[in-house]
Design a protein around this ligand. Structure first.
Ligand SMILES: [Zn+2]
Length: 289
């Protein structure tokens, strides 16, 4: 059982006087509780102080970072402006090429001349930057579409050039032209839908344009016949051959050997009967030699 009262003796050094304090046990309890409160309070204050100090360091760091980011943003804005200028030059070049290719003007460009120095407020500055990026992306899309269109047209022109019959289908001499003539078989006037070119049997017959072989067979009147489909409505006929050297569906280039001259079908003497048709209407091949 602990005592109710305690006595604290204080004896100063080199003195004979002794001080005596009487301490109640209950006071000690109160003092202990107060002490604990005091310690906790000091601890909390210390922690707060520590945190404030940490925050201050963080704040300084953020300030520096913010400044760096602002500079970065400004640099980015400047390079975007440069990019935009370059795109505008590209757009001008594109417009010139479109004129050459006889294409219509492209849709209005989103690229305006508006640029100017960056805003001071970072928020507006950032949204302005975003808008600029969007504009540039749009302009790039437009350019790409335009380039594809130009490319397509050029390709088309190139294949039209390849599809138009051009030149002689064989080495020989013309014996009968296109148009009305007396049929060598019936003696009655009959439209001659092609051109006859006489040549020795076995002389190579060449296709006069790029295309796909659509017929390679023996046909009444025509004898051994090759028909090449060139697209754009163009077809060429090569008749009376002695031999056929291509198959249906075969892709041929202008100048490819497709047959050998002969005299099959309704023919007197070896020759090539050459027809040029557009949308199945016979044209005068002389205009395509
Ligand atoms: Zn003929």
């Amino acid at each position: 059982m602990p005592a109710k009262k305690y006595t604290l003796l204080v004896i100063p050094e080199g003195s004979h006087q002794v001080r005596r304090f009487a301490l109640q046990r209950s006071w000690l309890g109160v003092a202990a509780v107060l002490g604990v409160f005091f310690l906790v309070g000091v601890g909390l204050l210390g922690f707060d102080y520590y945190r404030i100090n940490l925050d201050r360091g963080e704040f300084g760091r953020l300030k520096v970072e913010n400044r760096t980011q602002q500079q970065e943003l400004r640099r980015l804005t400047a390079s975007l402006e440069g990019l935009r200028q370059e795109l505008m030059v590209l757009a001008q070049n594109d417009a010139k090429v479109r004129v050459l290719a006889k294409l219509s003007k492209p849709k209005t460009d989103s690229l305006t001349g508006v640029g100017g120095p960056p805003e001071e407020d970072p928020a507006t500055e950032f949204s302005a930057l975003q808008r600029q990026v969007d504009e540039i992306m749009q302009a790039i899309d437009l350019r790409r579409a335009s380039q594809e269109e130009i490319h397509g047209i050029l390709n088309d022109e190139r294949s039209l050039l390849g599809a138009k019959p051009k030149g002689w289908p064989t080495k020989g001499w013309m014996t009968s032209g296109f148009g009305m003539r007396k049929s060598p078989f019936t003696g009655r006037p009959k439209r001659h839908e092609g051109l006859d070119i006489a040549a020795r049997t076995g002389t190579p017959v060449y296709t006069t344009a790029d295309g796909i072989v659509s017929r390679s067979e023996t046909a009444p009147g025509y004898g051994k016949l090759v028909v090449v489909d060139h697209g754009y409505g163009f077809k060429t006929f090569y008749a009376h051959n002695s031999k056929l050297h291509v198959k249906v569906g075969q892709r041929v280039k202008r100048g490819d050997k497709i047959a050998s001259v002969g005299s099959t079908g309704s023919s007197i003497g070896s020759h090539v009967h050459y027809e040029v048709r557009r949308n199945n209407v016979p044209l005068n091949p002389k205009k395509y030699l």
